[in-house]
Ligand binder design. Structure first.
Ligand SMILES: [Zn+2]
Ligand SMILES: [Zn+2]
Length: 120
């Protein structure tokens, strides 16, 4: 059993290099991360709250476009594998189970440019 929870990519313009590039999104219970495949700009989010909540309860206005995605994952609350709504902004990252409403709320922690990890 891996503790991988969400792993996906979202193609959009990067807030850092401004290029259209895949943004790799990874979330596990203790951390969430978004990294630009083009420039390596990485944002790390740390968990703050896990609770059953209404859709949008933890959505705050970010400083640029919110990304709203849907990914299949196994809920850690109801254990159903099904769609989870991801809402990613610059200061927060939420994952909400569409079945039971269980929401993981992460807040931004650090940002860095992972140049070393991009050597291809
Ligand atoms: Zn970038
Ligand atoms: Zn659930």
């Amino acid at each position: 059993m891996s503790d991988r929870f969400i792993f996906t990519k979202y193609r959009t313009d990067c807030y850092h290099c401004k290029q259209i590039a895949d943004q790799t999104i990874k979330a596990v219970p203790y951390q969430a991360q978004v990294a630009c495949d083009n420039c390596g700009a990485t944002r790390i989010y740390v968990p703050r709250v896990q609770d059953v909540a209404k859709s949008g309860s933890y959505t705050k206005i970010g400083c640029y476009d919110l990304w709203e995605l849907v990914e299949t994952a196994q809920c850690r609350h109801c254990h159903v594998t099904g769609p989870h709504a991801l809402t990613i902004g610059c200061r927060h990252f939420t994952i909400r189970c569409n079945n039971c409403g269980f929401t993981h709320f992460y807040k931004s922690d650090i940002e860095y440019i992972a140049k070393d990890e991009l050597k291809n």
